[in-house]
Write a protein that binds this ligand. Structure first.
Ligand SMILES: Nc1ncnc2c1ncn2[C@@H]1O[C@H](COP(=O)(O)OP(=O)(O)OP(=O)(O)O)[C@@H](O)[C@H]1O
Ligand SMILES: [Mg+2]
Length: 396
């Protein structure tokens, strides 16, 4: 179906039936016989020397013939005697809406009569079914409304994606630039110390070089993880492992991250004999992302990392840190979004940690929830499907 460029409605040239026409001399008996025998035939245009002359419609011819005048009287007369000799005629380039308006303005009995279409020389081209025009216009309106809504939704989606991409590029470039700049800077300083033989600062520079390289690796890993998850290429590898050992590992990393902050970090582990059958690497990553946030966003107080096993694995990370404002809780899992307090650049990070955490949890079939009071602290709860060894008796 083609549409006219201005209004985008269907063109009437696409809707024309280019069927047969009859001459004005066709006998009424011949045509009535055809109407009797061809139930699909609704009307036949009457054309003389290529020009429209009249219209013979099934209902009118048959009722006129049978009820009012009788076949015997009119059977042998030419069709022009009882046909509609002033049919509606339109030019082939008229708009669908215009044609429909005219058709609907006709006398009630004629509304659904077919319309004859002519070309620039007023010669007969074909006929239009009003019923079809109405259906086409209805379809067009329905599809144009749906298409417009789809187009608006797509445009909004694209805008959102674009904004996310732009902020991603700005953010990532910045995040990558700082450790790269530091690595280059410290390498040059080390080179200078190597040349001038002053070795006092070398251990400090080496340690800063290493921590910046690790930071860079973490950022790149985060970006790679996220794109892998979003491309659906992240796979689940289930293995058997000790839950308490995993918690202890996370605790050690958190202690290193906390440095000399006055933070008390504790783990609350269930029975040490419990072995889980689950994806250890992803479970560790989820826990570490939450625990490292707790360390990052707390200056003092207590952090508790706890686990509980029922029919699922429940993990919780509780801190007494800066907390999150109620209005920011929804944005928490949005990629590259650091909340205001974090944006002051007191805290480094990509704003990807929680996004990846939630995606990993979804991939594993689990759920995450958060409760937080601004200025008081936060608690993140995760539940993940798992099996245990030995099998636990779950209280009903
Ligand atoms: N425990 C928490 N306490 C207070 N605010 C938090 C806490 N965890 C997350 N946030 C807020 O949520 C934002 C998003 O956290 P997320 O872990 O996704 O990113 P990030 O820590 O800034 O960077 P990344 O984890 O990629 O290094 C943080 O910038 C911070 O504002
Ligand atoms: Mg984080």
């Amino acid at each position: 179906m083609t549409y006219d460029s201005e209004q985008m409605t269907p063109k009437i040239s696409d809707l024309i039936s280019y069927g047969e026409a009859i001459s004005p001399d066709t006998l009424v008996s011949v045509l009535s016989e055809r109407f009797y025998n061809e139930p699909e035939l609704d009307a036949l245009p009457i054309v003389k020397d290529g020009y429209p002359y009249g219209l013979a419609t099934r209902s009118k011819i048959l009722t006129t013939l049978a009820i009012r005048f009788g076949f015997a009287l009119y059977g042998k007369k030419p069709i022009s005697v009882i046909a509609d000799m002033t049919p509606m005629i339109v030019h082939i380039d008229e708009s669908l809406n215009g044609v429909l308006d005219k058709a609907m303005a006709r006398d009630f009995n004629d509304i659904y009569d077919e319309i004859l279409v002519v070309d620039d020389e007023d010669k007969y081209v074909g006929r239009l079914s009003v019923k079809r025009l109405v259906v086409e216009q209805g379809n067009y309106l329905a599809s144009s409304i749906a298409q417009r809504e789809l187009a608006i939704a797509r445009a909004k989606e694209m805008e959102k994606l674009d904004a996310v991409k732009t902020s991603f590029m700005a953010h990532i470039t910045h995040e990558l630039r700082s450790p790269i700049g530091a690595i280059i800077g410290f390498s040059e300083l080390l080179q200078m110390r190597h040349n001038d033989g002053k070795r006092d600062d070398v251990p400090k520079y080496l340690s800063l070089l290493s921590s910046n390289a690790q930071n860079l690796r973490a950022i790149v890993n985060n970006i790679l993880d996220l794109s892998k998850i979003e491309a659906g290429r992240m796979e689940i590898h289930s293995e058997e492992f000790s839950l308490c050992e995993l918690l202890a590992e996370v605790l050690e990393t958190c202690k290193v991250l906390a440095g000399d902050k006055p933070l008390q970090i504790e783990i609350d582990c269930p029975d040490p004999s419990i072995k889980l059958q689950a994806d250890r690497i992803k479970t560790r990553q989820i826990l570490l992302n939450l625990a490292s946030n707790a360390v990052k966003y707390s200056d003092r107080g207590i952090i508790v990392i706890s686990a509980e096993v029922t029919d699922q694995l429940h993990l919780a990370v509780k801190d007494t840190g800066i907390g999150i404002k109620k209005e920011n809780l929804e944005r928490l899992f949005t990629a590259f979004d650091q909340l205001e307090d974090a944006k002051t650049r007191r805290f480094e990070g990509t704003g990807l940690g929680l996004t990846i955490t939630r995606q990993l949890i979804q991939l594993l079939g689990g759920a995450i929830s958060v409760e937080s009071t601004y200025g008081v602290g936060s608690r993140f709860d995760v539940s993940l499907p798992c099996t245990t060894k030995p099998k636990l008796k779950v209280a009903s």
